[in-house]
Design a protein around this ligand. Structure first.
Ligand code: SF4
Length: 471
């Protein structure tokens, strides 16, 4: 079964075709997936889909965009795991309701996919993909509801897990946030456009304003006739499903210029660095962050300590983020060409290397060995999140590498981990410190917000079926 960490968006325009805007804003979501890309538009009479393997640059070359007519459409970039990275699974996924097609794009993981898939197959549904996204499409197909909105609600009532969705049903565009608010999803408006996107950075590309996040359990829609239809929150309190946005988004995944829950990721990361330093200060000559996701936590370490920040590790931007590469062999090779050291900045110095997280340990080991190659006298590692001890089943796919989690494999023994990665000292930000960094980033009622922190605590707010845990 395919599991994804993806990015998507939907755009409705009162005036112009949207293919170009979809393409441009998908660029701002590329860090969320680069294995496949897709866009589908609707011109009032027909859909115009285009999907392919690779980044938006590869898939939408030549005159492709000019063929995608229509003032409404959705787009998706996808990351998957080994063996699942195939064109058939590229999104958006096509579904059908009362013989009329619709298209759906998804970020998240359903936890009852296998049961629902089997039920749909027994009723005669022929799945074209191995994605959980198509299960939602199948449930809409079988809903028996009188109209698409009711079909969508009936389908959503059956699924468990995490999901943020955008759906194109002819001239209506929907955005849906699950009842735990786990995956990021925001709305922007301007220039006659209404946009729903996984990250607010997509709005900046289009020159429009971030309006708000899609609320927990909310279904919101826009049509070609109406800039914004009344929104509904049909599922809140449907069951015991507490609001739990993913805290790891702030640690690692969100682009630093993106906002979620009114908190800009850059501000949160700087806070994380500051709190981290307060928790474990050390005498040192220089702070060196592992680029790029740790740049702002590194700035926080530097501002709090007064120790200069040096960008001594150089990252090539022609190689993708290693964490989202599905094949370990390729990931390791890419590490070798991705990072390099500027030795003059660390030679003979006592260096603090700052990183946002350690999942398998591949990146931090490489960073430490480069800093040592550069002639550093000592290398002390500071991590702006707690030990990553438990896989994510909700949308950031680490469960397939659950046997490679370095903190889990060393049963949380920091001394053993320090030795394995080759650092002179190692400290992880406390759970409380990480949460405080996010809540402190906005001093209002949102301070009370609780987060999903299952990968750091093993406390899963949505139960994970045993067959998934043991698979
Ligand atoms: S388990 Fe971790 S990565 Fe997954 S949703 Fe929760 S906080 Fe995010």
């Amino acid at each position: 079964m395919s599991k994804n960490m993806c990015g998507f968006l939907g755009i409705a325009s009162q005036e112009t075709d949207v293919a170009e805007d979809l393409y441009l804003s998908l660029w701002s979501l590329l860090h969320r997936g680069k294995e496949s890309s897709g866009i589908v538009t609707y011109d009032g009479a027909s859909y115009h889909p285009e999907k392919g393997m690779g980044t938006v640059e590869v898939v939408f070359g030549g005159d492709t965009l000019s063929r995608l007519k229509g003032r409404i459409g959705i787009g998706h970039v996808r990351y998957s795991t080994t063996g699942e990275s195939s064109l058939k699974n590229a999104q958006p996924i096509e579904g059908s309701f009362k013989s009329t097609p619709f298209w759906i794009a998804h970020n998240g993981n359903l936890t009852n996919t296998e049961t629902l898939r089997k039920e749909c197959e027994e009723r005669g549904y022929f799945f074209k993909t191995s994605t959980d996204t198509e299960v939602i499409a199948a449930l809409i197909y079988f809903s028996g509801a009188p109209n698409f909105e009711d079909a969508l609600k009936r389908a959503l009532r059956k699924i468990e897990g995490t999901y943020a969705l955008t759906i194109l049903s002819k001239d209506t565009l929907y955005a849906v946030q699950d009842e735990t608010g786990n995956r990021p999803l925001s709305m922007g408006q301007g220039r006659g456009l209404t946009v729903f996107a996984s990250e607010s950075a997509a709005f900046d590309v289009l020159g429009i304003k971030y309006v708000r996040d899609i609320k927990v359990g909310e279904i919101i829609a826009v049509s070609l006739e109406s800039p914004l239809l009344p929104s509904e929150i049909p599922f809140r309190n449907r069951k015991d499903a507490p609001e739990r946005p993913c805290i790891f988004e702030y640690v690692y995944f969100l682009r630093p210029d993106s906002k979620w829950y009114e908190r800009r990721a850059q501000v949160v990361r700087e806070h994380m660095g500051r709190i981290l330093w307060k928790e474990c200060p050390i005498e040192a000559d220089v702070i060196v962050p592992v680029p790029d996701s740790s740049n702002f936590m590194g700035a926080g370490l530097s501002k709090e300590s007064g120790i200069p920040l040096e960008m001594a590790l150089f990252r090539s931007h022609y190689v993708g983020r290693t964490f989202i590469e599905p094949v370990q062999a390729r990931r390791t090779k890419e590490m070798r060409i991705k990072l390099n050291i500027i030795p003059e900045l660390v030679q003979g110095k006592k260096v603090v290397v700052g990183d946002d997280s350690i999942v398998r340990g591949t990146s931090i080991k490489r960073a430490i060995s480069l800093v040592r190659e550069g002639g550093a006298k000592e290398v002390h590692v500071r991590i702006s999140s707690p030990q990553y001890i438990s896989p994510c089943y909700y949308g950031i796919d680490t469960y397939r590498v659950k046997n490679e989690l370095i903190a889990k494999n060393h049963a949380g023994n920091i001394e053993e981990i320090r030795k394995e990665i080759g650092a002179d000292s190692l400290y992880y930000l406390s759970l409380e410190g990480m949460k405080r960094a996010v809540t402190d980033a906005r001093d209002d009622e949102h301070r009370a917000l609780q987060f999903c922190d299952a990968c750091f605590t093993g406390n899963y707010h949505i139960p994970i079926p045993q067959e998934i845990i043991t698979s």
